[in-house]
Design a protein around this ligand. Structure first.
Ligand code: XMP
Length: 504
């Protein structure tokens, strides 16, 4: 049972699905033009038509399967979705003289979609077309100053449309409006992370049976949670943690401490010599990435051969990866996305991707239920190639040691001051630049360390974090004192774009 969100190319489609899940209605996204058979397979309790960039009167406008209009399942159309419903049932949609974009206030609202709402209802508009004539038997149930048709419903109470976007935060009462739609549609709102966990455990047990599962854990939240899920499901598994020597201070021990007591069959492979030898003298960032990736696959393959055979390879692929690799809007087939840097098909594994319908924050909730400590569950993202891409120029043990200690101090102070969770990611970068300084009477010639902290939603864009000056001052004093190889500390004020979060 699911609420099916049909995607017509809106940038907010995923957000719609997430909001529905926050309302405890399990939701899935399908391409807007998915055939009725594909929709039916999800046992739809309700259907939401997303917004999209097309005009419904355009020749090539994407249209849902006609089955959607038969009224077997209640439908909510959002923006383009509403215009589509209005047109399909015989109304008229036209290009407006001027687009309505941004905040608007409903001057009138009524009916089931707005049940329980009082006072000012602010909504977010983003459209150039408008419904100018309603289909027979439909009525406008909300209007704004500029737009007499801001929301509509049909006579049967099965079809609804909103011109605005209830899913975005700029529509503060949007969650209540979505909840009202679910209520009107009779959707059971009983999907919870606990329920999801029970279902996942069942699914893993059924699929794996008495076969064996191999997985790689990185110390990140997705792979750690996956390892815990396999352990909880009680299936025969081997979780391989490759220490590539490019980890943060204490990271390996942290992973061991977090996973072993919870029943994960964890194998730690210390391959740091091998990685560092392969990286010796290499300065080019892409070359570093390639070497780390290739060496990782070599090591992983060796473990797989020595400990095999395994039938399954488990990966922590998330729903956004799945949607992305389907090519977004209109793509009919959803391929799996290989997030372990293309692990070799020749090993003949079957992929097991239990999180492929989940969003990141849902995995974090599962992690909580499975007992993953917060130090890992809520940790900042960390790149696969690790500290190799935070040391500019060639990587060696000495520089790794310096960076590791400095990074640890920075992070520890962020935590101590309650700032760690205020930023999306914080890191330190070691430059191959030395500068002159003085300590007491002594001349120093130390490395330059860059502190970087950014705010971001998804890492695609980012802004530098406005950390308090007094805090930065404390870090800048502590680091050269405790890590004497560092002579100068600077703070990076570059946003993304034009910069990236990492320096390499
Ligand atoms: P950039 O530097 O591209 O980083 O702004 C965006 C996010 O991706 C992480 N990142 C990586 N993660 N392998 C990874 O697994 C990589 O090669 C890699 N490069 C960047 C980065 O830490 C940030 O969270």
């Amino acid at each position: 049972m699911a609420v099916v969100v049909l995607d017509f190319g809106s940038q907010y489609t995923r957000l719609i699905a997430r909001r529905l899940r926050e309302l405890r209605a399990y939701s899935v996204i399908l391409p807007g033009t998915a055939p009725w058979a594909a929709i039916e397979r999800e046992e739809p309790e309700a259907i939401v038509l997303s917004g999209g960039p097309s005009s419904v009167f355009a020749e090539d406008a994407p249209r849902p399967d006609p089955g959607v209009l038969e009224g077997r399942v209640p439908v909510l159309g959002i923006c383009y979705g509403m215009q589509y419903l209005a047109q399909a049932f015989g109304g008229t949609v036209e290009r407006r003289g001027r687009a309505e974009y941004g905040r608007a206030v409903l001057t009138r609202y009524e009916g089931p979609l707005f049940a329980g709402l009082t006072g000012e209802v602010q909504v977010w508009m983003s459209h150039a077309d408008a419904v100018t004539r309603l289909p027979e038997g439909w009525r406008a149930v909300a209007e704004t100053e500029e737009n007499p048709v801001a929301a509509i419903q049909d006579g049967s109470g099965r079809f609804f449309g909103v011109q605005f976007h209830p899913e975005v935060s700029h529509t503060p009462k949007g969650m209540a409006i979505l909840a009202n739609f679910l209520e009107a549609a009779g959707v059971r709102r009983d999907w919870t992370p606990g329920q999801a966990l029970k279902d996942l455990i069942e699914e893993v047990r059924r699929r794996v049976g008495s076969d064996r599962v191999l997985l790689a854990v990185s110390g990140g939240v997705d792979s750690s949670t996956l390892a815990l899920l396999l352990a909880r499901a009680g299936v025969d598994h081997l979780a391989v943690f490759v220490d590539h020597g490019l980890l943060r201070l204490g990271e390996r021990e942290e992973v061991e401490r977090s996973l072993r007591p919870l029943g994960v069959n964890l194998r730690v492979v210390d391959a740091s010599e091998r990685f560092l030898a392969a990286l010796a003298g290499v300065a080019d960032p892409e070359e570093k990435r390639r070497i780390v990736g290739a060496t990782f696959i070599e090591v992983f393959k060796e473990v797989a051969r020595a400990e095999g055979p395994f039938r399954f390879l488990a990966q922590g692929t998330l729903y956004p990866d799945v949607i992305e690799s389907a090519g977004g809007f209109g793509a009919a087939k959803i391929k799996s996305h290989h997030n372990v840097g293309g692990l070799p098909a020749e090993l003949g594994f079957e992929l097991l991707e239990p999180f492929r319908t989940l969003f990141k924050d849902e995995v974090r909730e599962l992690a909580l239920l499975l007992g993953l400590p917060d130090t890992i569950r809520l940790r900042h993202p960390f790149p696969g190639p690790g500290l190799a891409i935070r040391i500019l120029g060639p990587v060696d043990r000495e520089k790794l040691g310096v960076l590791r200690r400095a990074d640890d101090l920075f992070v520890a102070l962020l935590k101590e001051h309650g700032l760690y969770h205020e930023v999306w990611q914080a890191l330190a970068v070691l430059l191959p630049v030395r500068s002159v300084g003085v300590t007491g009477d002594e001349r120093r010639y130390g490395y330059t360390l860059v502190l970087r902290a950014v705010t971001s939603v998804d890492g695609m864009t980012a802004d530098w974090a406005r950390l308090p000056h007094d805090f930065l001052d404390e870090v800048a004093r502590a680091i050269p004192r405790k890590v004497p190889e560092i002579g100068r500390v600077v703070y990076d004020l570059t946003s993304k774009p034009p910069g990236t979060i990492e320096w390499e």
